[in-house]
Structures are given as structure tokens and as C-alpha cells.
Write a protein that binds this ligand. Structure first.
Ligand code: PEP
Ligand code: MG
Length: 367
């Protein structure tokens, strides 16, 4: 049990008294959420829902959904996924017991969901009643040469709004169920990924709000929920004032923001990064430590523009940088409200947030 006690617990207590920023964790399983809480996380900053879809009993329904020919076919698959998602979210809300939970709508690289063999096609054909050859043709059509710049994030939700609607319903139903069962406050934060244009967020927010109002009415309860977005594309950062019209919070997805600012694949950089480090072109791996001049500047611009539109907009970071002390120091400077990191990095983030605050009080010198 990773309880923090003794001297280490005392040190964490000091850090908590000093720091300004909240510390959350990235988690999608009840186990990880519990680890995060044991390490002192004050909420979930990122639940990547696509990770919930890879288990054997779910991936077939997900493939049915992606490969369906029409809305009717997709809805049949979504009906299978709704109860599973609802119970996923109920479990998370219960572990987090009233702390905020940010749930991100599906952000798949589509190729990870597509069937990779004839056996997998057969499985989908059997469960959906669709013709195997048709499924194969459809999978072929969905193939992308550059999936990380393809039909992912909110783009999938715009093409197939019923997927986002199913998730919004599952989140809100779970929140209502847990609030009724435990009597605790449940505050879901619904997060739209990979927004580049405010119209994408506006399109999805309208549908999320519709579903949320419907579910709250069905349950006869009042419950606060937020709708916000990730800022993980340079265009989103530069137009954050417009995007903030529909976003109650921003969470900086610095993994993708680094990838898209440098035009550098987050999955392939290892091949030449060591050369760049040796040549002194990169001092640090930008996927580990926030690049202050490019990515960091975009974070500052977006924070400023977001606040200009919505002064109390909630701002966080949930890329890997959220657990890196130098990056935490940077976002303290940008005035973010919280960082979200992997559960096991929570104590490091608590300490780094306190050190960053002390440095800031000191006028920027090393604490
Ligand atoms: C990010 O891009 O920084 C992020 C948190 O999202 P993901 O890593 O899931 O793309
Ligand atoms: Mg991302």
C-alpha cells in the first residue's frame, strides 16, 4: 500500500502547505485512481477513455462501431458499450469520492482500433451480422497513412456525434447514480480532445449539454458538470480566446502540443534525438521537459487568451510534462491551476509545485 507516512509524509505535508497549484493524476482504472489518491492526488486530470476499449469483451463492439456502414449500425454497437462505460465511470467516481474527475471523450488513433487479421474481421462479422467482405472493404477505406494527424480526437466525434453522445450519457448517468448512492458531490468534467477550431468544440458542446440536461431531468437531480477542451494544437493555443467562449476549462496536452509545434513524431523521435542532444541542438528531450520558447510560449499565450475571454477559466496540464519538475516550474509561472501526472509521480509533482511556488516568491532564483 503506497501510503505516505513518516518523514516522507511530513515532507509532503510541508509541500502541500506551500504549493499553490493543485496536483491531479492521469488514471482510467479504479486501481490507478486509488494509487493516485494514496499518493495525495486531488482529482483525476485525465481519464483516457480509449484505453477502456481494448479489453477482449469490448474491442469487438468498438470495431463494430467504427466499421458500421451507417448510424443505425453504430447505434447498435453503442448500445452494447453504454452500460460498460457507465460502470467504468461509476467505479472512478466512487474511488475519487467527490474529487474532480476529468473524462476525455474518445481520442483514438483509428488504426489501433481497426481489425488486423481475417480472424478479427470474422469476429466482428459474427457479432454484428455484417458481411465479412464489406467489413474488410470498410477497414481498408478507413486506413490512414498518418493516423496521428488523421481522424482522431474530436474529429471522430464530429463525424459520428453519437459516439460522443453515448460517452456523455454514460458519464452523466454514472455521476447521477454515484451521487444518489453515496450522497457525495460528483463533479464530472467532460473534455473534448484535439480541438483546432472553436466550431469543433461548439458543435460537440451543444450535444453534450443536450444529453446532460436530458440525463439530469431523467434522474431528477441537480449536479454541476463542466465542459472543456484540451489545448494540444498550436492553432488552438493561438485562438484560445475564441475557444474559451465554449470551454469552462483548458487542459494542455503537451505531448501532442510538442509533437505538433516541432513537427516531430512523439512515437519516432528516439531515432535521431540522441544526435540532436550530442550536437547541442536539443539540451533536453522536449517530450520530457517543456520547451519554454516554443511549446511553453504557446501555453502562456493560450492561458492569457483563455483568461481574457473567461477570467475564471480553469487551467491545467495533463501531458507527460505534468510530472516533470522543470515543466511544473514553468507552468507555475504561467499561472496554471493544476498539473496532472501519472499516479506514481504525484509526490514528485506535489514537491515540485511547492518548489516552483517558493522560486516564484523568490523572484525566480533557485529555491
Ligand atoms: C497529450 O497529448 O499531451 C495528452 C495528454 O493526450 P495523449 O497523450 O493521450 O495524446
Ligand atoms: Mg493528446
Amino acid at each position: 500500500q503506497p501510503e505516505l507516512s513518516g518523514d516522507f509524509g511530513e515532507l509532503m505535508g510541508w509541500a502541500d502547505k506551500v504549493r499553490r497549484m493543485r496536483v491531479r493524476a492521469n488514471a482510467e482504472t479504479p486501481h490507478d485512481a486509488q494509487v493516485a489518491r494514496d499518493f495525495g492526488a486531488e482529482g483525476i486530470g485525465l481519464c483516457r477513455t480509449e484505453h477502456m476499449f481494448f479489453e477482449a469483451d469490448r474491442i469487438v463492439a468498438v470495431r463494430e462501431m467504427i466499421l458500421a456502414e451507417d448510424k443505425k449500425g453504430r447505434e447498435a454497437a453503442l448500445t452494447k458499450l453504454l452500460p460498460m462505460q457507465r460502470s467504468d465511470f461509476e467505479a472512478l467516481f466512487k474511488v475519487m469520492a467527490g474529487l474532480p474527475v476529468t473524462i476525455r471523450l474518445l481520442d483514438p488513433p483509428l488504426h489501433e482500433f481497426l481489425p488486423h487479421s481475417d480472424d478479427e474481421i470474422e469476429e466482428v462479422a459474427k457479432s454484428s451480422g455484417m458481411d465479412a467482405q464489406k467489413l474488410k472493404d470498410r477497414a481498408h477505406k478507413l486506413h490512414e497513412f498518418n493516423p496521428m494527424l488523421g481522424h482522431r480526437g474530436c474529429r471522430l466525434g464530429v463525424s459520428y456525434p453519437e459516439i460522443s453522445e453515448m460517452q456523455a450519457r454514460a458519464i452523466m448517468e454514472a455521476a447521477c447514480n454515484v451521487a444518489k448512492e453515496t450522497g457525495e458531490k460528483v463533479t464530472p468534467e467532460i473534455m473534448v480532445p484535439l480541438v483546432a477550431k472553436r466550431e469543433e468544440l461548439a458543435f460537440l458542446k451543444e450535444r453534450i449539454d443536450c444529453i446532460a440536461i436530458e440525463v439530469l431531468k431523467e434522474n431528477g437531480i441537480k449536479l454541476d458538470y463542466l465542459v472543456g477542451t484540451m489545448i494540444e494544437l498550436p492553432r488552438a493555443a493561438l485562438t484560445a480566446d475564441a475557444i474559451a467562449q465554449d470551454a469552462e476549462f483548458f487542459s494542455f496536452g503537451t505531448n501532442d502540443l510538442t509533437q505538433t509545434t516541432f513537427g516531430l513524431s512523439r512515437d519516432d523521435s528516439a531515432s535521431f534525438l540522441p544526435d540532436y542532444m550530442r550536437q547541442g541542438i536539443f539540451e533536453r528531450d522536449p517530450f520530457v521537459t517543456l520547451d519554454p520558447d516554443g511549446v511553453g510560449a504557446l501555453v502562456e499565450i493560450a492561458a492569457e487568451k483563455g483568461r481574457a475571454t473567461r477570467p475564471n477559466i480553469k487551467l491545467g496540464i495533463c501531458g507527460e510534462h505534468g510530472g516533470d519538475p522543470d515543466s511544473i516550474n514553468f507552468v507555475e509561472g504561467a499561472g496554471l491551476d493544476y498539473v496532472s501526472c501519472s499516479p506514481y509521480r504525484t509526490p514528485i509533482a506535489r514537491l515540485a509545485a511547492a518548489q516552483a511556488k517558493l522560486r516564484k516568491n523568490d523572484g525566480g532564483s533557485t529555491a
